[in-house]
Each structure stands twice: as structure tokens, then as C-alpha cells.
Write a protein that binds this ligand. Structure first.
Ligand SMILES: Nc1ncnc2c1ncn2[C@@H]1O[C@H](COP(=O)(O)OP(=O)(O)OP(=O)(O)O)[C@@H](O)[C@H]1O
Ligand SMILES: [Zn+2]
Length: 748
């Protein structure tokens, strides 16, 4: 009997969401034998092909006999997607105006992209002697002695032979092959493996977190503590509490390069490393982690923002480390802020969530001050270490000579540091050799043809590179415009150029430039960070990559080469970002036994951000920034959303952006928001539409961009407004794309 005939005997209508760009689940018939429940993964016919989907709901009553629906093809052998995760997906899709299928895709991609690793073949000695015993064969058998089973690779490596020798020994009966399950994705964690002795402030903070984890209820925290105050040890205690209760914990981190040291510390506390989750982990391994998270075989994951979508079955704690980091915002595909969404997920999971930072975002600080989050504070460094001593170098009076970037006072401080056998970090937040190359004869400037940006010279790679689209071209010997030779000049410094200057100033020093764009990727960075910690370099030169979270015990001097770099951008978050970054980077000094010092090169030591940094008065800085945001109605006192309209030519993009603005003003009155009429004085409760304006970077990857900014009071329902607007506006045509970014973090 086919399923269609079976309808009268209890087939159910199930709604299945497919991980494609649709918002609604599709209805199918499911034969009762499948016994489908919400969260199950199924194969479904979708158009002409077969697709995969997740059951979102199952009808209570059997399907009517005349239901003209396609039938679910099969049920997949996969643990169900928990209700809490499905609720979270629904919520995130509504909030970010993403089709629900695309939000689902964030959660299921890992399970879809690869089958979990298969069983492994291992080899064990049988005790039987081979027919022929060569020296190589003897080495293999010696390595296999003791009855343990080894992989082919391990045996071959131990014996220094090729894999065929192993095969031959199997044929001879001296070795036997057997199958074994793959290694567990992570070792068993022991909450009592090596508990630290906490300082009183740490103890109090940890106690609050532990009781929240035990309470099994949603509980958000801001853990704010100066650099080196031992925040990690504090939230480790919360993880221990989750483990003791048999629960799971997720630790989110902004950069993969950061995790190596973290994993070691974690292993020192819990006996084993947590499972790692980021794009560098193989697809097969990710598929296994996914499964293990869903079945509860895995207790702690440390990962990048996408770890937020893992199907944890018993999540008790989320930690967002360095919660202020911009890296938590995803800006393409589904635009979401992983920190904010982590809070939402914790709410659905009835879990505790800890946002940890030395310099919290303004949004989080306000949430803590208003009591929405509990505010835990560590005011001093752990182990009675002092904070680094900060001093400005006024570049107007004591700057270096032309074409140089290290001021004499900084240079002598570096020399003294080297003489004491300690390390220096020179920080400049600019990759490459020089940010601009121009022709001295005709003034030609090298620009990216695809983007509205200068090409950055990368001398190590002998190339000019666009930092927006990645376009690379060879640096020519002659000017492409006037054909003059030897006329091209590099303007301004990047880390590579700084390295050149350091090599001239300190010819005997061991200098390392740490940059994300050198070959070798994350592996190389991890090795280099490790080498720095071991003291293998005297001077480390780097971008923000070195600023974050690292512990370099011998580093005592930090030189900030250009503190003003981020301040002139006109971005409303420029002050906050600069304050956070400079605090982070100066916070690398003096984390070991010896006190630290930071010299800050600036042309504007009186600038409020620099002054706040130098005075160490973070409270004053936050008070000022918060007051400013409140006056301007900026987040968290108001809400923002950006609409970015792009097209192959500027006129098309602009025309569509204008059509959107018109549509917004023509919307009929709605109960949950009101749009200010163009040209009139807006009232406090009105949504304000700003633009369209050419985006500050008007051209990226060959697409021209216009922006509309939606500024709304907290009382307005921005999502309803955006949905109504998209429905009412003309459909994008002629290659026009409209990207919606709720809570934008950058204004480019
Ligand atoms: N109770 C303690 N006693 C002694 N040393 C400690 C204690 N707690 C932490 N430390 C040490 O202090 C150093 C800084 O700790 P940790 O890295 O956790 O700081 P942090 O607050 O995360 O700093 P940052 O914000 O700069 O990353 C580490 O070397 C850590 O081992
Ligand atoms: Zn480009």
C-alpha cells in the first residue's frame, strides 16, 4: 500500500522547514510509520529535487483523505534539533529579517556538509611470527608490541617505513586489522581536576556565577575586569558548575588565533581540552561535534560565532569572551550580532550567560547599569600585579624625523627593554608595508578598480593589495600613468615598514611581524604566538591581532605607534573602539613578574579618548560616551537599522535607494510605529529615515552602494516597519541587491 492510500489510516501533515531562502515551512504528508516529531530531520521532495529539511510541527489529527500533498521521503538518522534551538532560529529570523530557512541553515550546515568520520581501522600484533622477518618488519612488530592497537600511519611512522609493510604483515598473519570508533571529539572533562585558589574578588564573582548556573534559569552577567584580572579563572568556575551538574557550556571567542593559549589553560584546569569549533576544523569533525552536542556526549565547546547554532541538548552556560569585539558581528549573508544573539539563546535555554570584557561595549555597560544584567567587577590585576604605567609621546613636539615612525623616546625605551632581556610590543593597526603608493612625478595613486580604496603595498609579498576585496596586483617598476621610472613612493607606515625601521634601529634584536595575511594561516599564527610567549623574540610588531587576550609573560613594554589612527573616521563608534583597542593592547604589558609600561604616540594627547586612557579613568569615559549616546538617541537608547542598496552602476543603486525612501514615507499609518514625514520636525516617537546617501566606501567588489539609515526610538517596532517597507517597495530588479542590517556596527 502506498502512503497516498494510507492517508485514511493516520498519515499526518507535517510542516518542514528547508535550509533555503524561504521563510515558511512547507507541508507534507508523513506516514505514521515514520513517527515524526518536531525537530526530526527528513528528506523531502522540493520542486524537482530531493532536499533535506527539519520538521517544524506535526498536525494533531490525521490528515484529511483529500489532502493533496507530497510525502516525506525518509527520516534521517540524526539527533533531533531541540525545541529551544528551533525557537531561537524563529526568533533570530524575525529579528534580523532573514528568511527562516536561511537561519535554519546556520544551525544545520555542519550536519549537512559532511558525514561524520567513519570507523577507523587499527592494527594489532597477533603474536604470530611473519614468514619473512626483515629489519623493517621487525621494527613494526616492536612498535606494535604490548597488544595495543595502532593506526597504520602511527605504526609506519614509528617504524620509519611505508604503509605497504603493514599490509604485508597483515597478509602474513603477524598483524590483524580491526575496526574501532573514531577518537571522541573531546576528552572527558573533570571539574575537580585542578581548581585554582581564587583571590577574594574573583571568588565573589565566581560564587555568583556558580549559583546562577545551579539555578537552571536565564541569568545574564557582565563580568568586567581590568586586563589581567583573571576573568578566565572566574568563568572557569561557572563551567565547572555546569559540568558537575552534567550540563553543557559554550565559550565564544572572537578570533581563532586566540584559542591556542586558551585551550592549554582550559586543559590545565579540566584535564582535557574542550571541543574547538571554527572554520579551520574539518567538515567531518564538525559533523561529529554537532552530533555529540545534540546527544550530550560533549560538554564544552570553545568556538567562533557560528558555535552559537550548535544543537546543545543541555546547555547551562554561555560565555562570550571579549564581548565588545567587533568580530562578533556578521555582516554578510545573515547579518547578526553573535553576542546579542547569545543572550537570546541563553534566554530560550534557561541558561546563565557571562559577557566578559575589560572594556565592555556601551550597550552592555548600559544593560549592566540599568540592572538588566548583573554587574560583576574585578578592579585589580590578579597576583597583586600592577597595571601598566601609561605615558603619552606628543608627536608634535617629540616625533621622529620624516619618513620614520618610532619617536626617539620610544626607541630608547625599546633599547632599555631589550638590554633587560624583556620583550617589547610595537602596535600599529595597519597591515602591509604602506597604505598608499603614489607617483612622485605625476601624482598617480594606486587604487582598486573594484573598490573605493587605495591599494596597500605588501612588500613581503611584492604586491599591491586591496583590503576590501582582496584584489592583488604586482607592484610595477614604472608609473602606469606617466611611465616614469623610480618615481613610485610608499606613503605612511604599515607593520612591515615598521619592522624595517626596527631592524635599522635595533640590528641585533629578534623581530617578529605578526600578521594574518602571511602564508601559513592560523597554524603559523598559533606557533608564532607560542614562540612569543616562550620569549623567542625581543620585538613583536603587530596589528590588533596581538592586542587581544594573549598572555606574554616577558612582555613589559608596549609602544602604540599611532594612537590616533581610529579616531578620525567619523564613525559614531570610533571613540569606543579606539578606547577598547588601546586598553587591550596596553594591557599586554606587565602580565608576568615584572611591571609593565606603555608609551602612546599621539598628535592629540588632549583628545578625550586618549586622555581617558592615560588617566586610567574608564568610568569617566563611559559616563561621557553613555551621555552622548543618550542625547543622540543612539543605541542602546534608540535603535538603528541600515539598508544597503548595491548595483553594478551607481545610478541604478541610487534610483532603488530613492524608491525605498519614497515607499517608507508612503506607508499607511501602522499601529506599532510612525515614520516622520520628510522635511518635518520629527517627534520623539517617530522613526527617522536618513539618506539615501552614497556609502562612505561607495564601491566594493565592483558594486556601487547607497545606504539608508533607519533611526528609531526603542518604543517603535523596527522589524514591522522594515517588513512593511520591503513589501511595499518595488522589487529589486536589474541586479539590485538590498541588504538589511539590524543593529549595524559599522557605517561603511
Ligand atoms: N587567583 C590567581 N592567582 C594568581 N594568578 C592568577 C589568578 N587568577 C588569574 N591569574 C593569572 O593572571 C593572568 C591573567 O589572567 P586572565 O588571562 O584570566 O586575565 P583576563 O582578565 O582574562 O585578562 P584580559 O582581559 O587582559 O584578557 C594569567 O596569567 C592568570 O593565570
Ligand atoms: Zn578592492
Amino acid at each position: 500500500m502506498s502512503v497516498a492510500e494510507d492517508q485514511s489510516t493516520g498519515a499526518r501533515v507535517v510542516d518542514v522547514l528547508a535550509p533555503v531562502a524561504v521563510d515558511a515551512p512547507y507541508s507534507y504528508l508523513a506516514p505514521p510509520a515514520l513517527a515524526l516529531a518536531p525537530g526530526d530531520s527528513v528528506k523531502i521532495p522540493l520542486g524537482a529535487r530531493e532536499a533535506y529539511g527539519v520538521v517544524w510541527s506535526v498536525a494533531e489529527t490525521p490528515a484529511p483523505a483529500h489532502a493533496n500533498l507530497k510525502t516525506v521521503a525518509a527520516r534521517l538518522d540524526r539527533p533531533p534539533l531541540p525545541q529551544t534551538l528551533r525557537d531561537f532560529i524563529d526568533w533570530l529570523a524575525r529579528y534580523t529579517l532573514t528568511p527562516r530557512g536561511m537561519a535554519l541553515r546556520l544551525a544545520t550546515r555542519a550536519a549537512e556538509e559532511a558525514a561524520p568520520e567513519a570507523l577507523r581501522t587499527l592494527y594489532r600484533a597477533t603474536g604470530q611470527a611473519p614468514e619473512r622477518l626483515t629489519p623493517t618488519r621487525a621494527r613494526v612488530l616492536a612498535a606494535a608490541e604490548g597488544g595495543m592497537a595502532f593506526s597504520k600511519k602511527a605504526l609506519a611512522e614509528a617504524a620509519g617505513c611505508g604503509p605497504t609493510v603493514i599490509d604485508a604483515l597483515v597478509d602474513d598473519g603477524a598483524l590483524v586489522a580491526m575496526t574501532a570508533p573514531p577518537d571522541p571529539v573531546a576528552g572527558a572533562l573533570d571539574p575537580a581536576y585542578s581548581p585554582p585558589s581564587l583571590e577574594p574578588a574573583q571568588f565573589d564573582a565566581a560564587k555568583a556565577l556558580v549559583s546562577a548556573v545551579r539555578a537552571k534559569a536565564y541569568a545574564p552577567f557582565l563580568l568586567e575586569g581590568v586586563t589581567g584580572s583573571g576573568k578566565t579563572e572566574v568563568y572557569f568556575e561557572a563551567i565547572a558548575a555546569a559540568l558537575e551538574d552534567g550540563g553543557q557550556a559554550l565559550v565564544m571567542m572572537p578570533e581563532i588565533a586566540l584559542t591556542a593559549q586558551f585551550l592549554e589553560r582550559f586543559a590545565a584546569r579540566f584535564g582535557e581540552k574542550p571541543a574547538e569549533w571554527h572554520s579551520g576544523v574539518s567538515a567531518r569533525k564538525r559533523a561529529r561535534i554537532w552530533r555529540a552536542a545534540a546527544t550530550g556526549k560533549l560538554s564544552v565547546v570553545a568556538g567562533a560565532r557560528s558555535a552559537l547554532f550548535l544543537p546543545f541538548c543541555n546547555l547551562r552556560l554561555i560565555v562570550v569572551d571579549e564581548e565588545h569585539e567587533a568580530a562578533y558581528k556578521q555582516d554578510d549573508g545573515v547579518c547578526y550580532h553573535a553576542r546579542d544573539m547569545a543572550v537570546v539563546r541563553a534566554r530560550f535555554e534557561h541558561a546563565a550567560i557571562v559577557l566578559a570584557s575589560a572594556t565592555p561595549s556601551i550597550e552592555t555597560r548600559v544593560n549592566a547599569e540599568s540592572g538588566r544584567y548583573r554587574h560583576l567587577r574585578l578592579h585589580a590585576r590578579a597576583g597583586a600585579r600592577p597595571m601598566p604605567l601609561l605615558e603619552p609621546i606628543d608627536m608634535r613636539r617629540e616625533g621622529p624625523s620624516r619618513g620614520r615612525w618610532i619617536a626617539p623616546r620610544l626607541a630608547s625605551a625599546v633599547a632599555e627593554t631589550i638590554a633587560r632581556g624583556e620583550q617589547t610590543l610595537l602596535f600599529l593597526n595597519r597591515r602591509g608595508y604602506a597604505p598608499l603608493t603614489l607617483c612622485r612625478d605625476c601624482g598617480h595613486r594606486f587604487r582598486c578598480r573594484q573598490c573605493d580604496a587605495w591599494l596597500v603595498e605588501h612588500r613581503f609579498r611584492r604586491a599591491l593589495v586591496c583590503h576590501h576585496c582582496g584584489h592583488v596586483e604586482r607592484r610595477p617598476d614604472t608609473c602606469p600613468e606617466c611611465h616614469a621610472t623610480d618615481s613610485l613612493a610608499a606613503c605612511g607606515p604599515g607593520v612591515e615598514r615598521l619592522a624595517e625601521e626596527a631592524a635599522t634601529l635595533f640590528p641585533d634584536a629578534r623581530v617578529l611581524v605578526l600578521s594574518s595575511d602571511f602564508p601559513g594561516g592560523a597554524e603559523r599564527l598559533r606557533r608564532e604566538l607560542d614562540d612569543i610567549a616562550k620569549g623567542a623574540f625581543d620585538i613583536v610588531i603587530g596589528t590588533q591581532l596581538v592586542a587581544k587576550g594573549h598572555n606574554f609573560p616577558q612582555l613589559t613594554l608596549v609602544g602604540v605607534v599611532d594612537a590616533d589612527l581610529g579616531l578620525g573616521s567619523g564613525d559614531p563608534r570610533a571613540s569606543e573602539r579606539t578606547f577598547q583597542l588601546l586598553n587591550q593592547v596596553t594591557g599586554r604589558a606587565g602580565r608576568g613578574d615584572k611591571p609593565g609600561r606603555a608609551l602612546i604616540q599621539t598628535f592629540q594627547p588632549e583628545h578625550p579618548v586618549i586622555a581617558a586612557l592615560l588617566s586610567g579613568d574608564a568610568e569617566k569615559f563611559y559616563a561621557q560616551e553613555i551621555a552622548l549616546r543618550r542625547r543622540a538617541g543612539l543605541p542602546p537608547y534608540g535603535r538603528l537599522a541600515a539598508l544597503i542598496v548595491s548595483a553594478k552602476d551607481a545610478a541604478t543603486a541610487e534610483a532603488h535607494a530613492r524608491a525605498l525612501a519614497r515607499a517608507a514615507h508612503d506607508l499607511p499609518p501602522a499601529p506599532r510605529y510612525r515614520v516622520a514625514a520628510p522635511g518635518s520636525l520629527p517627534e520623539a516617537e517617530d522613526i527617522l529615515l536618513l539618506g539615501p546617501a552614497e556609502a562612505p566606501i561607495a564601491l566594493i567588489r565592483g558594486r556601487f552602494r547607497y545606504r539608508l539609515l533607519v533611526k528609531a526610538p526603542r518604543s517603535a517596532d523596527v522589524q514591522s516597519f522594515l517588513r512593511d517597507l520591503i513589501d511595499a517597495a518595488p522589487k529589486p530588479r536589474g541586479g539590485v541587491r538590498v541588504q538589511i542590517d539590524v543593529d549595524p556596527q559599522t557605517f561603511l
